[in-house]
Design a protein around this ligand. Structure first.
Ligand code: KG4
Ligand code: ZN
Length: 324
């Protein structure tokens, strides 16, 4: 929940890690059921922590897409019912627009005109964002998203789900120079990523070792694999700054929680006088505050839509709409 000025009053997250970890990834049907079970209690807890009654709510925001249809349906139907019951406006939010909005949650004075790198389980996208909040796609991944590369790499190394945080943790004990991995380099005019070659390189290295990584070598493998992903993200984001002539960079999405990525970004920002927005960890991975932030701007700008008109859009386009 946010207050009228956009400050976070509560940010309740119902984690489904325990539901999916034994399958090594998200099972759509189980995700939808877990949403049904959790949603009412989550909304109540959000109100309690904010110290508000439901009658004090002035607007509602809900993720409309992109995402798994079953899980989106639970949220959208709940929000529609609540909007009727409380007689407050409802706004649908693009999940990516939410991640982008997270850059301003802890840093409201961060420049509106900037380069944004969204790195999550499904996206590795670079945007040019203007003063009006309109985002133009500069480039994206040719194949896997950065988070997907972390998750698949972790699975191959026998690390637990979710893979990104597991690689991050284990890599701290490793040396990235001991196990070198190939780093994708885009053509001189292109701003893009590719992580499928990296995954194949890991597969071949493991095959040479008989299929599994010896436990004492997992930290070096994790560190080398992580380094290849992270360096590619930092280099390409900096190339986007040079290309656009901008000096403000926001890095958002689950992968922006990665400690090595954060350290390298801070170092680079200091060396090259880049104004950097890296949200606090609670706003990196999927969270309610970022959806509320994007929704609040839309409500101020356009007002809500009648609840009966709002529907899920599981394949909602990546293009991002103005939000100022
Ligand atoms: O934004 P997010 O929570 O959900 C999506 O919109 O996909 O991102 C989840 C992704 C997962 O792939 C997860 O492994 C990755 O973010 N992730 C990390 C870290 N924390 C989460 N990757 C690397 N290092 C981390 N510390
Ligand atoms: Zn996300």
């Amino acid at each position: 929940m946010l207050d009228a000025e956009g400050r976070v009053l509560s940010n309740v997250i119902a984690s489904q890690t325990a539901v999916h970890e034994k399958y090594g990834g998200v099972v759509p049907e189980l995700a939808a059921r877990a949403h049904v079970t959790a949603i009412d209690a989550v909304v109540k807890r959000a109100l309690d922590q904010a110290g508000l009654s439901r009658w004090e709510v002035r607007g509602l925001a809900v993720t409309q897409g992109p995402g798994l249809a079953g899980a989106l349906l639970v949220g959208v139907n709940y929000a529609r019912a609540l909007s009727y019951a409380l007689d407050v406006p409802l706004v649908g939010v693009n999940h990516l627009e939410g991640h982008i909005a997270s850059a301003w949650l802890a840093e409201p004075t961060f420049p509106a005109r900037c380069v944004v790198l969204v790195v999550s389980g499904g996206h590795s996208h670079l945007y040019h964002r203007d003063e009006a909040g309109t985002c133009l796609l500069l480039g994206c991944t040719r194949d896997d998203a950065a988070g997907e590369a972390f998750d698949k790499g972790a699975q191959m190394l026998g690390l637990p789900y979710p893979g990104g945080p597991a690689i991050d943790r284990v890599a701290r004990q490793g040396d990235p120079a001991k196990e070198a991995f190939p780093r994708f380099r885009a053509g001189p005019k292109k701003l893009e990523f590719s992580f499928s070659g990296l995954k194949t390189a890991l597969l071949y290295k493991l095959r040479d070792l008989g299929g599994t990584c010896p436990p004492d070598r997992v930290p070096d493998f994790a560190a080398g694999y992580q380094e290849a992903i992270v360096l590619s993200l930092v280099e390409t984001a900096c190339a986007a700054l040079s290309r656009t002539g901008l000096s403000a960079l926001a890095v958002v999405g689950g992968v922006s929680a990665n400690s090595r990525l954060r350290a390298l970004l801070h170092k680079r920002a200091e060396q090259e006088h880049i104004r950097l927005a890296l949200p606090p960890l609670a706003y990196c991975t999927d969270n309610a505050a970022m959806i509320a932030a994007a929704g609040r701007h839309r409500l101020i700008r356009n007002g809500g839509r009648p609840a009966q008109e709002l529907d899920v859009e599981p394949t909602l386009a990546v293009s991002v709409v103005p939000w100022h």
